[in-house]
Design a protein around this ligand. Sequence first.
Ligand code: ATP
Ligand code: MG
Length: 440
Amino acid sequence: MCTIPRATYIVNFGLFEKGRTMSKNMKQTQLFTKTRKDAPADEVAKNAQLLIRAGYIHKEMAGVYSYLPLGLRVLKKIEQVIREEMNKINGQELFLSSLHPKERWEATGRWDSLDVLFKLKDTLDREYALGATHEEIITPLAQEYISSYRDLPFAAYQFQNKFRAEVRSKSGIMRGREFIMKDLYSFHVSQEDLDQYYERAVAAYLRVFERCGLGAQTYLTYASGGTFSKYSHEFQTLTDAGEDIIHLCDTCKVAVNEEIIAEQPACPKCGGALTPQKAAETGNIFKLGTKYSAAFNLTFKDAEGKEQPVIMGCYGIGLGRLMGTAVEVLSDTKGIVWPREIAPFKVHLISIAGKSDEAIKEATRVYDDLIEHGVEVLWDDRDARAGEKFADADLIGIPLRLVVSERSIAEGGYELTERKTGQSKLVPESMLLQTLKSNV
Ligand code: ATP
Ligand code: MG
C-alpha cells in the first residue's frame, strides 16, 4: 500500500488539479515576498525585470530562475490550461526522467550533434545527459508497449524541466537554461493518421494561446525544421522582445518564418503579400515521421502481420516562454497586466485604513465573503499608504482591484477598477458578488 499522503505526492510532482492544492486566497502581510524598486542590474529583459520587481520570480544566474509563490500560481494556471487542451486531444499525462543514459543519445546521434545538450559525469566517470527534450526516453519506452496496430494510436505528454546550454540568455524567462516545457509525443500507424492528429494539435495550441490572452498576437507559422525534421510549424507571438522575424498575412492569420521565406515568399494560404515583424516562438510542433522509431527500432505488426515502423509527431510549448511573452505583450508603463485565466488571483482587495476601523472591518467581511464564494483574492492588508498599495497593485497586475475605504463606504460601496483599462466604478455591497462573478 502507498504510504505517501496523496497531497504530498501530487505537490512534489507539480501535477495538481485546478483548485485542489492551490489556495484560493492570501493576505499580503503573510506573503513572504515583497515588491522591489529595482531589478538586478544585469537583468535586461522587461519580462524578468517586472516579474522580479513584483515578486513572481527570483534570478539565480543568467537563464536560471526560481518561481516564487505568485509566479508559481501563474505557472500552474498556464499548466492547467495546457493540460485541459492536451487531455481534449487524448493526451495521457506522464512524467519522464530528467537524467538520461548516454547510450540513448548516442543511438540517435544527438550526443554529439545537439550543441545545447548538458552532459555530466558521476564519480565513477559514467556519463549522462540532462534532458533537453525527451524523444530519447519516450521512444524506447513506447516500444515496450506497442506490438500490434491495435496498440495505436496514442499520445503522451508531460510538464518537465528541460536543460539546454543556451549560449545567450538575455530574454529573461523566455530563454532559460533550465525551463519548463510541455512536450507531447504521438504515435501512429500511418502518415494519414499523424496528419489528422497534427491538425487537432494545431487547434488545441490555438486554444491554449487564446485562453492565455495571446490569441490575437499569435500566428501559426510555417518554418523549416530544426533538430528534429525538415519542416515544422511554429506558434509565433508578435513582440519586440522576440528573437525571431516572421512574415505574416493578417487576412489568413498565418506567417512564414524568416528561414524559409526565400522558398515561400507569399502567404501559403491565399498567396497574398507578407509583412515582416518581430516575434517570439511560443510553441513548436513537428512531424517526426520515422526518425526516432528507426533509431530505436520502434515497430508494430500491421493487419497482415508485417512489421512496420511507427510514425511519430512531437509538440512542444514553453511555459516560461509563454508567461514571459504575456508579460512583454500585455504590460504597460505601470506594470504587469495578467489575462484573466492565468492571473495569480482574480481580485486584489485593497483596504485603506481611515480614522476609525470601519474600512478594515468591512474589508474583512468582503474577504471572507469572496473566499466563501470561491473568488480567488489577494488582500493587501498591509499598514501602508494608499499610493503605495495602488502602485504595487498596478505592478502585480491582478485583473480586478477592489478598494474598500471610508470614502467608498460613504459613497455607498466599494471601488472596482479593471487593471487593463483603468476603468473604475462604485459597486454597492449588495451587487458585489454578482458583479465579480460576471467579471471573473
Ligand atoms: P528556440 O529556437 O527559441 O531556441 P527551439 O526551437 O530550440 O527554441 P523547441 O525545441 O522547438 O525550441 O522547444 C519547444 C518550445 O519550448 C519552444 O517553442 C519554446 O516555447 C520553448 N523553449 C525552447 N527553448 C526554450 C528556452 N531556452 N527557454 C524557455 N522556453 C524555451
Ligand atoms: Mg522550436
